[in-house]
Ligand binder design. Structure first.
Ligand code: FE
Ligand code: ZN
Length: 543
């Protein structure tokens, strides 16, 4: 008999035991520092927590398992990205207009991943409970991974198309990118409980499918396998993020009834802010995808009205009501995409991607999808603008729009139920007048005006003369304010902006792929190919 039989190998811990040791073991009682000195931000919002151990984390992921899973996903993703690059996959998309969606993504969305990384890092430090701290730390790492994989994937497109290689610079300066920027900076500068309700619940749990499904199926429908791949790689983290979102809501509501009104206020605020942010997607779905997946109003019906309806019915037992301004979002669903596209078109010289008017086929699709609104309100406008283009007198806005003090969209929306009247709200605060786009934004401003009075509104800053590069002289005789403001924003005038037709992206696409840059407008012709050398394009831009 062998003697070594006496020493049993150490019992391998189950995932659950491992997780309990990992988390509960971190929650020691401090001996020489007061608890409230260590966790300074956890009390000022007024949330009452009696027992952090009641926090349930259904994933119970340990750090070694986390790194293993994520490492496997990275290896798969980068193998696909490699193959995509070697096969020039950027030319397999439907047409060159599709790239506009990627421009909005890299310039306006990827930075949100990074801000989210920072926000969850702060939560991982600020929560006294170990369960949520572990979950927040993992999400923080996820978000950093999302930002980097998106940058790596889209970099291939940036080598061939305009408007994508100044993304961190543009994010801090471009007027419409202040919409996502201000959204996330509002969240990151909130207390830890407001942040987690805003991002994990209102954004990730209630609204994220609305962002993910159309974007990823849009990419798949339009042949963009690179975006599909980073999307799915991120989406597998999303299940954990959404669970965190619903978990935090139930935890807060079950800990103390005094938390209910606070949670309700944050749901109302962040649902509205998230909705205003995500309606940027409406233009992507209805206008930028050459092959459409579904219309914005259909997506809103499925992902908010049906799914959100079921969710809020479930939360009613805690005394939680559906978001206060949900009825406005339903009333607007037939309008927002068309109103936003009109504003981008009219201001296309100040936008970092190129614009076009929808083709006859596309307008027929919109008439079918929006039977109550498109033919009555928006088709006549597009037909008028098309006639003006044909006559050689295209319509352009020569002034910049008034921005909402809260969401920072131009005040372009109309009154719910009255689509020919612009929706404008005002609040007097300390002798000044502040402007809002809607009741939803006015609610938010009026609740905490101090947080919004100093908002850096790009259009207002341009008009105050604060948006020129060093050395630019606004009193010089040849000073061109629009040109200089674009340079300040990181938009190359005459290259990144303006009309899609005749743009560098459109002419290069036809030259490089022998396929039409706009599948709905005129077939590719030899004449186009023969004249579209980069030098010709540059000359046309200059002249
Ligand atoms: Fe993310
Ligand atoms: Zn607003």
């Amino acid at each position: 008999m062998a003697a070594e039989g006496n020493a049993k190998p150490a019992k391998k811990l189950s995932l659950k035991e491992n997780y309990a040791l990992l988390t509960r073991g971190l929650g020691w009682e401090p001996s020489y520092e007061k608890q409230e000195e260590i966790f300074r931000n956890v009390s000022f919002e007024g949330v009452k927590i009696h027992d952090w151990d009641k926090w349930e984390d259904p994933f119970r992921l340990t750090m070694d398992a986390y790194w293993k899973y994520q490492g496997e996903k990275e290896r798969k993703l980068y193998a696909i990205v490699d193959a995509f690059q070697q096969n020039n996959g950027q030319f397999n998309v439907t047409d060159a207009r599709y790239i506009a969606a990627l421009k909005v993504f890299i310039n306006g969305i990827t930075e949100l991943e990074y801000l989210s990384h920072r926000g969850f890092n702060m939560l991982a430090r600020e929560f006294p409970g170990v369960g949520p701290r572990i979950a927040a730390q993992m999400q923080s790492l996820d978000e950093l991974r999302h930002a980097t994989t998106q940058i790596h994937t889209i970099s291939q497109y940036a080598k061939y198309f305009t408007g994508m290689n100044e993304f961190p610079y543009q994010f801090d300066r471009v007027w419409y990118l202040s919409i996502p920027k201000s959204f996330f900076e509002d969240a990151v500068t909130s207390g830890p409980f407001e942040f987690i309700v805003a991002i994990s619940f209102a954004f990730e749990y209630v609204l994220t499918n609305l962002a993910f499904m159309p974007w990823m199926s849009g990419a798949a429908f339009n042949g963009d396998m690179a975006t599909v791949s980073f999307g799915f790689s991120a989406q597998s983290d999303e299940a954990r993020h959404m669970t965190l979102g619903i978990e935090v809501i139930k935890f807060l509501l079950e800990q103390d009834p005094a938390n209910v009104p606070l949670v309700q206020k944050w749901i109302d605020k962040w649902f509205w802010r998230g909705y205003r942010l995500l309606s940027l997607l409406a233009t992507m779905m209805d206008y930028m995808l050459p092959k459409r997946v579904m219309a914005w109003n259909e997506a809103w019906e499925i992902y908010y009205e049906q799914n959100g309806g079921a969710l809020f019915a479930d939360l009613a037992r805690y005394g939680i009501k559906p978001p206060k301004r949900a009825p406005e979002t339903i009333a607007e669903k037939g309008h927002v995409a068309h109103q936003m596209w009109s504003v981008f078109y009219a201001n296309r010289d100040a936008v970092g991607f190129q614009m076009w008017l929808p083709s006859e086929e596309e307008m027929a699709w919109m008439s079918e999808k929006y039977p109550d609104t498109f033919d009555q309100y928006y088709r006549p406008r597009y037909e008028y603008w098309k006639a003006q283009e044909a006559a050689g007198t295209p319509f352009k806005n020569t002034t910049l729009p008034q921005l909402c003090q809260v969401c920072q969209w131009p005040c372009l929306f109309t009154e719910a139920g009255d689509p020919t009247t612009l929706s404008l709200r005002e609040t007097e605060y300390q002798g000044q007048t502040f402007h809002m786009c809607s009741d939803g934004c006015k609610d938010i401003f009026d609740d905490t005006p101090e947080k919004y009075v100093h908002a850096w509104l790009p259009v207002h800053q341009i008009y105050q003369g604060n948006c020129f590069l060093p050395g630019v002289d606004p009193t010089a005789p040849d000073f061109n304010p629009m040109y200089e403001a674009l340079r300040y924003m990181g938009i190359k005038p005459g290259v990144d902006n303006g009309d899609f037709k005749g743009s560098a992206d459109a002419t290069n696409w036809e030259k490089w792929t022998s396929r039409p840059a706009n599948i709905h407008e005129g077939a590719y012709t030899d004449a186009v190919r023969d004249t579209a050398s980069p030098a010709d394009t540059a000359a046309r831009k200059a002249g």
